[in-house]
Write a protein that binds this ligand. Structure first.
Ligand code: AP5
Ligand code: MG
Ligand code: ZN
Length: 212
């Protein structure tokens, strides 16, 4: 059995990154995430402008830019966990032309909980691990437990931009969830449970679908 190819869907703040860290460790697969790739290249000049302009407004970065990132990463990976892509129907078409998927899972979380999670999130500037000022505090305030890195707040985690991201998600990405629901086999998980419980359900779904 080759390594699993997993797609994780969910609104901003649903816990995709949090679960991706656990799943990529558990299955020893690559984490492919357009959000992190774009944050690492915020000021890259493209014919559409820089990613920063779109990201700080909570809008989607143009499809050709993200399609290229994903295609290159998938080509290099055996198994992978894809997080943050596809975000609209055109990206779905692109993805389905370049790879098959073994598991598509969707984390469902209410809007009020999403805002609370996004505005309270703090991220390690070195290893990228996420914390939360109420739900997941490091032992020492502002310092990553894993690597000692400094924690910061993402530019797009202000309440105003978080609300815009959720609106953009509802308009563009809800049809993506619907697409996978219709084509079958969408694993729907209650993302409001504790991270450990969400992980158990995800891991069981992957084990079941890959006969591990
Ligand atoms: P991206 O980085 O993908 O952001 P996002 O989709 O908005 O998702 P987040 O990373 O905010 O949420 P998450 O689900 O990973 O939550 P996390 O686990 O951290 O994209 C950013 C921007 O890049 C976009 O706006 C766009 O401009 C651009 N972009 C990216 N991909 C693109 C694409 N394909 N096309 C076009 N543009 C693209 O958790 C959040 C918080 O909650 C944390 O603090 C965590 O500690 C806490 N938490 C997690 N799980 C739980 C739990 N179970 N209980 C309590 N708290 C929890
Ligand atoms: Mg994320
Ligand atoms: Zn760290």
């Amino acid at each position: 059995m080759s390594d699993p190819r997993i797609l994780l869907l969910g609104a901003p703040g649903a816990g995709k990154g949090t679960q991706a860290d656990r799943l990529t460790d558990a299955f020893d697969i690559e984490h492919i995430t357009t959000g992190d790739a774009l944050r690492a290249n915020k000021d890259m000049e493209t014919e559409y402008g820089t990613p920063r302009e779109f990201m700080e407004a909570g809008e989607l970065v143009p499809d050709p830019v993200v399609n290229e990132i994903v295609e290159a990463a998938i080509e290099e990976a055996d198994g992978f966990l894809l997080d943050g892509y596809p975000r609209n129907e055109s990206q779905v078409g692109y993805l389905e032309d370049i790879t098959d998927l073994d598991v598509v899972a969707y984390l469902e979380v209410s809007e009020s909980e999403l805002i609370d999670r996004l505005t309270g999130r703090r991220v390690c500037s070195d290893c990228g691990r996420s914390y939360h000022v109420k739900y997941d505090q490091p032992e020492e305030t502002g310092v990553c437990e894993e690597c000692g890195g400094e924690l910061y707040q993402r530019d797009d985690d202000t309440e105003e931009t978080a609300r815009e991201r959720i609106t953009v998600y509802e308009e563009n990405t809800t049809p993506v969830v619907e697409h996978f629901r219709e084509t079958g086999n969408l694993v729907e998980i209650d993302g409001e449970q504790a991270p450990e419980s969400v992980f158990k359900e995800l891991k069981a779904a992957v084990d079941e679908r890959t006969h591990a």
